[in-house]
Design a protein around this ligand. Structure first.
Ligand code: PHE
Length: 452
C-alpha cells in the first residue's frame, strides 16, 4: 500500500521537519517572553520548574501530538475525530482540535503585535539611535513606540501580511526554505550577546538570578506561568505540532526528533536569559520590568559594543524571522482546517484567517496605550489573552491530548504510530502521558486556583 500523505503535502525530509518544528518552537517565547516572565517570577525557582515541565510534560506531549498528526494525516480537528472513531471513542474529541484553532488565532493576534515591536527595532538599531544611549534613553524610546497606536498598527499590519503570504505559499514553498539558515544564525548571534554579557561586571549576578533557585520567591500562580510557558515555548496544546506532524514522512523517529527540538528550544531560552540578566543588573534595571524587558536591555548592549548597530540590526532581523516561523505554525492548523471544511483555496483560507487575527490584534495594541485602563478581571486585554491562552488553553489542550494518547488510543496502536519498539523508552513515554503529565497539569491548575 502506498504511504498515506496529507493533502497539504509533506516535508521533504526528516531535517525539514526538525527545522520547521524548531522554527515553530523557537520564537518570541524564548527571547522575549521567557526572560520577562522569569524576571517577574523571581528567577531560579521559576526556571527550574519550567525545565522540569519541559522534560516531564512537554516532551511526552510533543511526542503524542506529532504521533497523532502523522498517524491521521489530517488537520487537528479532523485528526482528533478520525482517531477517536478509530479507537471506538466519541467524535466530540474534534472539539479539542477546534479549541486549538481558536487558541492559535488568539495567540497570533498578540504575537504579531510584539513581532511588530521587533520590526520597529530593526529600523531603530539600524539607524544607530542607540549608540551610547543610557538605560533611561533606551526606556524612553521604547515608551515612545508602544504609546503610539498608529505606529504599532502599521507594524502589526505588515507582520500579518508577511505571515499570510508565507502561509499562502504552503508547506514546502515558504516554510522550509526560510528556517534552514535562520536558526543557525540566530544561535551565533545569541552567543555574541552572551559574550558581551560576560564582559559586564554583573555576569555572575545575572547567572545567579537565572539558576539559583529560591522557592520562597514563587507561588501557585508562578508555577502555573512556568508550566504554561513550557507549553507555549514548545508550541504545544493547540495543534501546531500536530499539524506539522501530519506532514512528517513515516520512518522518522518521533522520539529522537522531539528531544532534539526541545533541547534546541531550551538552549535558546537559556542563552537569551544569560545575555539579558547581566545587562539588567549591570545597568541597575528591574528584572520584573515586564513585556518591554528585552527592548529596554539589549539596545543598551548594542549601543556600547563595537559594531553594535550592525549586530543589533541583525539580531532584530533574526528575531523577526524567528517570530515568522512561529506565527505560520500558529495559523496553519486553522488554515488547514478551513481549507478542508469549506473547500476553499489555501490563499483564501490564509487571507480570512489573517484578517480575523489582525482585527483581534487591535485590542492588544490599544492595551499598551489608549486602552491601558480598560481592565478585564483586573488585566489589560493583552494580559488577559496571554493568561487565557498560555496559562489555560494550552495546558488544558495538552492535558486532553495526553489523556487521548494514553487512555483512548490502544497501547499497540500508539506504539505503531510512534514507530517504536516495545521497551523502556516506549514504556516511559506511555507512563508519562497516562499519569504524570495529566496529573501534573491538574495539580498545577488546582494550586493556581488555591484549592490545594
Ligand atoms: N513556541 C512559540 C514561541 O516560543 C510560540 C507558539 C506557541 C507557536 C504555540 C505555535 C504554537 O515563540
Amino acid at each position: 500500500m502506498a504511504e498515506q500523505v496529507s493533502i497539504h503535502g509533506q516535508w521533504s525530509s526528516r531535517l525539514a521537519f526538525i527545522l520547521a518544528a524548531t522554527g515553530s518552537a523557537v520564537g518570541l517565547g524564548n527571547i522575549w517572553k521567557f526572560p520577562y516572565i522569569a524576571g517577574e517570577n523571581g528567577g531560579g525557582a521559576f526556571v527550574l520548574i519550567y525545565l522540569g515541565c519541559i522534560i516531564l510534560i512537554g516532551i511526552p506531549i510533543m511526542m503524542a501530538e506529532t504521533m497523532i498528526g502523522r498517524h491521521a494525516r489530517l488537520n487537528p480537528v479532523n485528526a482528533m475525530k478520525k482517531l477517536a472513531l478509530e479507537s471506538g471513542a466519541r467524535s466530540s474529541w474534534k472539539y479539542l482540535g477546534l479549541m486549538g484553532v481558536v487558541a492559535g488565532f488568539l495567540i497570533l493576534s498578540y504575537y504579531s503585535v510584539i513581532a511588530g515591536w521587533a520590526m520597529a527595532y530593526v529600523v531603530r538599531t539600524g539607524a544607530g539611535i542607540f549608540e551610547g544611549a543610557t538605560a533611561d534613553g533606551v526606556a524612553s524610546i521604547f515608551k515612545g513606540l508602544i504609546s503610539d497606536p498608529e505606529r504599532l498598527m502599521g507594524w502589526h499590519t505588515l507582520f500579518m501580511l508577511i505571515t499570510m503570504l508565507v502561509v499562502a505559499r504552503g508547506v514546502k514553498g515558504g516554510l522550509e526554505k526560510a528556517v534552514r539558515f535562520l536558526m543557525p544564525t540566530l544561535f551565533v548571534l545569541l552567543f555574541v550577546l552572551v559574550g558581551y554579557a560576560m564582559n559586564t561586571d554583573s555576569f555572575d549576578k545575572g547567572l545567579m538570578f537565572l539558576f539559583n533557585p529560591d522557592f520562597s520567591k514563587i507561588n501557585g500562580a508562578g508555577v502555573l506561568t512556568a508550566m504554561g510557558h513550557a507549553f507555549f515555548t514548545l508550541s504545544l496544546g493547540m495543534g501546531a505540532i500536530m499539524v506539522y506532524g501530519s506532514y512528517l514522512p513515516n520512518n522518522v523517529s518521533i522520539a529522537k526528533t522531539t528531544f532534539a527540538i526541545a533541547a534546541a528550544d531550551t538552549l535558546v531560552a537559556l542563552l537569551a536569559g544569560a545575555a539579558i540578566f547581566p545587562i539588567v543588573f549591570a545597568n541597575g534595571l528591574e528584572p520584573g520590568a515586564g513585556p518591554g524587558l528585552i527592548f529596554q536591555t539589549l539596545p543598551i548592549a548594542f549601543g556600547q559594543m563595537p559594531g553594535g548597530a550592525l549586530f543589533g540590526t541583525l539580531f532584530f532581523v533574526l528575531l523577526v524571522f524567528a517570530a515568522i516561523s512561529s506565527s505560520i505554525s500558529l495559523i496553519e492548523p486553522a488554515v488547514a482546517w478551513i481549507m478542508e471544511r469549506f473547500s476553499i483555496s489555501r490563499g483564501m483560507a490564509s487571507f480570512w484567517c489573517g484578517l480575523v487575527t489582525w482585527f483581534i490584534g487591535l485590542g492588544t495594541i490599544a492595551s499598551f496605550n489608549i486602552g491601558e485602563e480598560v481592565k478585564f478581571f483586573g488585566l489589560t486585554f493583552f494580559d488577559l489573552l496571554d493568561y487565557l491562552t498560555a496559562n489555560i488553553m494550552l495546558p488544558l489542550g495538552g492535558l486532553l491530548i495526553a489523556l487521548f494518547a494514553g487512555w483512548i488510543m490502544l497501547a499497540d496502536k500508539s506504539r505503531e504510530a510512534l514507530e517504536m519498539k516495545e521497551g523502556f523508552v516506549f514504556m516511559a513515554w506511555r507512563f508519562l502521558v497516562r499519569f504524570i503529565a495529566p496529573l501534573a497539569v491538574f495539580v498545577v491548575f488546582l494550586k493556581a486556583i488555591k484549592v490545594l
